[in-house]
Write a protein that binds this ligand. Sequence first.
Ligand code: GLY
Length: 563
Amino acid sequence: MKNFIPFILSFLILSCGKTYNPAVVSARKEASDIGVEIMKKGGNAFDAMIAVHLALAVAYPIAGNIGGGGFVVYHTSEGESGSLDFREKAPGNAFKDMYLDENGNVIENMSTLGGAAVGVPGSISGIFEIHSKFGSLPIEDLFQPSIELAKNGFIVTKKQEEALKDKLQDFINVNGSESLFSQNYKQGDTLKNINLSITLDKISKNGPKAFYEGEIAEMIIEEIEESGGIMTVEDLKNYNSVWRDPIKFKYKGLDIISMPLPSSGGILLGQLLKAIEGYDIGQFGHNSVESIQLMVEAERRAYADRSFYMGDPDFNKLPVYELMDDEYVNSRMASFSWDKATLSSEVSHGEVKTIEESDQTTHYSIIDADGNSVSVTTTLNTNYGSKVFVEEGGFFLNNEMDDFSSKPGYPNSFGLIGSKANSIEANKRMLSSMTPTIVLKNKKPSLIVGTPGGSTIITSVFQTILNVYEYGMSMQEAVNAPRVHHQWVPDVVIIEEGGIDSVKDSILKSKNYFIVSLPIKSDSSGMSARSSIGKVDAIFIDENGEVSTGADPRGDDHASILK
Ligand code: GLY
């Protein structure tokens, strides 16, 4: 009865015509404002999604893109949920050992820098798929704000100045010193991208073919060939996005909807929440020794499974719900002890019984007045992707090929290792960690959440869910709270600044946990330099339908809400 009253209340309020305050949370104010403006003009959350995606491609070129790919998870006001996979694919000429030299060693930077790193981009296909299924405004109206933004320019922020400076030499090496991004931009500069505005205008008028065939496709292939790549015009022409059944599971009465393979995100999120469900983690307290131990031990086991079992479901027969089965997850946690850390060297992937048939990325969350909820994570992979800039088109190309396993056991840019399931094959999709997620409470949207951060995406989404539902934080507090991450290998617990005090640090160390405190400048344990974990952009809707937002202060992220 206790749980029934809020359900009845929210049902009555929402069925009496109360609508939600439309909101967008994304990596840039320009994009969030454009999304809300589209909804003000009568567009729905899917229309807003398209406009936000394009605005990020202009004003957030580090990860916003038309030369990359991503995933959408949605839940409609009619109660339908689903996902769209517009992930990049390997070119048709790709092959298993393409990044190895004659001695079988991985050639440094080949899967990350230059044309050979580029996967066939999916974003434009994804945008048009979404529009044909759910769009309510003309596509030209959704492109127009970004065409204008590219033409008039956006203001470079301090963080953008630093990120651009960090990659300046790569831009010069790959694209020459005259290239648009091979210049020294400072905070406050207006960065105009006229070629991108022309490209967007062409696509808006002529549809996805304008990108995947004809002159833009030829420009892409030319840039890729010049910098050592193997993609062909046929690869672009043959690209397709795929509607997939999302991952669905319950956690303590909440319904969770997340991204299926080729993202590992949904399955791992399910494994993690199921592994801790039997414990009252809320009582342990946020970032207490107990809660960190429990999360880390669940993460260690889940990431070991990731490395062995996961890849493109269109190429392999892979376990999905078997890995999230309660009995299986509990058996994996059987070796967990409160006394001391399990060593990752003692943990391998589990044995599932049967296999049934079956700072680099960016995330944005949207809700419209009717309650349509959209969660999108999109990426070029690492910052500015392959650094290959299609000069005449005004956009960067991804380096998503690095998300494949170049060689069994060899770590990618995120320290993740893989096996046969994620080996390189022609036209295959590389395994992802992106975890766009929607949580329903009493069948209504309750949380729309996701984040960039490579391997740390899954654990950041996991903790944001716990922060809201176990620790009772507001949306903004849940996003701000310091995060903790473990991914099996390397066997380190990464903790953001302010995440734990020295007493907890000593207790965890005494239990054999190897702690790396952020920020770190250089590689002390196999991890690259980094200052923070994830940039979560999320929306919370309470049981009365009140919308609140969390824009991550780790970036320039911004929430726009229509009151
Ligand atoms: N490129 C990062 C990911 O997809 O996980």
